[in-house]
Design a protein around this ligand. Sequence first.
Ligand code: NAD
Length: 478
Amino acid sequence: MTKITVAKGDGIGPEIMDATLEIILKAGAQIEIEEIEVGEKVYLAGNTSGIANESWDTIRRNKIFLKAPITTPQGGGYKSLNVTTRKFLGLYSNVRPCVSLHPFVKTKHPVMDIVIIRENEEDLYAGIEHQQTDEVVQCLKLISRPGCEKIVRYAFEYAKQQNRKKVTCFTKDNIMKQTDGLFHQVFDEIAKEYPEIENEHWIIDIGAAKMADTPEYFDVIVMPNLYGDVLSDVAAQITGSVGLAGSANIGEECAMFEAIHGSAPRRAGQNMANPSGLLQGAIMMLNHIGQTAIAEKVQNAWLKTLEDGMHTYDIFKEGTSKEKLGTKEFAQAVISNLGELPKIFKPVVYSNNSALNLPKYKRKPAADKKLVGVDIFVHWSASNPNELADKIKTMESNGIKLTMITNRGIKVWPDGFKETFCTDHWRCRFKPSENSAMDKTTIVELLNSAMKENIDVIKTENLYEFDGKAGYSLGQGQ
Ligand code: NAD
């Protein structure tokens, strides 16, 4: 018996949760349910996170969380409960299988069967944003080695467990050589440990185009958070219905399972909604907690129900479907098929699909880190970079020289193009000239002289070498 936390959520949430729980309990799931309240009511009672402290205690104690969709009220600074839950509980891996159910669900891609594995904790989702000048705002993209190692290893271990043949990595490391570059590098390192699984890397733009056009080419795809957010929705959509997909959010301690769709408030309380997405989440949960035989029984009954033409309104199609069912009736149809196998779809066989036990991240020995320069960012509202260079050069001292100015990453001094459009946000790179060295006091001196010259410094970034390798990007055109 496994104790799980259940939240019935908002909109169609309670109906699809009741249907899902009834199906899995009738199939013999050995679960004890502890229910908590999250979502709209909690938000509107004044809790901007949508969840009470006692509910966190329940989730952390039970470790397994089955969650129906919730409604995030518009405006008013309410925080997304999904993002908070993933980060607080360290649910680093988002797993979303996207399978076509042709010919019962209309799709342009009848043989699609891919799994998107999305990094779930970092990247631009750190939400660290600043306005720095009148014209420029920034968002910090943070990618860490432990973050990359955990998600990439998860993807390969998942592929191994599920007998999948290939893991593909999507990044944009031709542009973001440090951040996406690290993700790709870690992918290449870890891929070597799994010689039996094919591996490849695609630049995300052409990879996404290929996935939308020829999804059958891919198997498991692993990628950083933001790309995964976008592409997992694309992948689910092109199977023919976002209403049929579930997802798992997996951490080292806890895991959360859900449907990928929202609370569909317009359909609430009408016994119309399709419970399949949440049911798919629940099947992933049963596998995770080791109740593999029950998971298999439910999945096969569900496939049989779909191929029998027993459909809710969202996938009902004259000619293909036999009966249009409500939420409750659909659940009963699945229950009556428990123990049966589909005849047109291939029955699923789950062997050992339980939670993956990954080794803990081991920190590597620290590299030899050397300060080799500094980028000083300046708010300056004129537009001639040569004028700015003259002004900035007054800051030079003790062999520390201005070597480059960029505007939005493009080199504009020395030897810039007059055609390059410049905004009011400039990066001025200082480096020690030959025979000079620098330390952090050099940076303080540079900033002091900027103050004296009335130069509006908005931030600095230290330039380091790690074991002799530059840890910063060049200017575009440098
Ligand atoms: P939605 O997914 O709720 O609905 C999109 C469309 O799909 C609607 O036409 C809806 O009727 C239909 N639909 C969705 N699920 C269905 C189902 N199971 N059966 C039949 N039809 C279904 O997206 P939305 O309308 O953009 O968002 C509604 C609310 O859900 C918002 O408050 C949003 O913040 C929230 N939301 C929550 C989650 C979550 O909790 N995981 C995810 C996405 C959106």
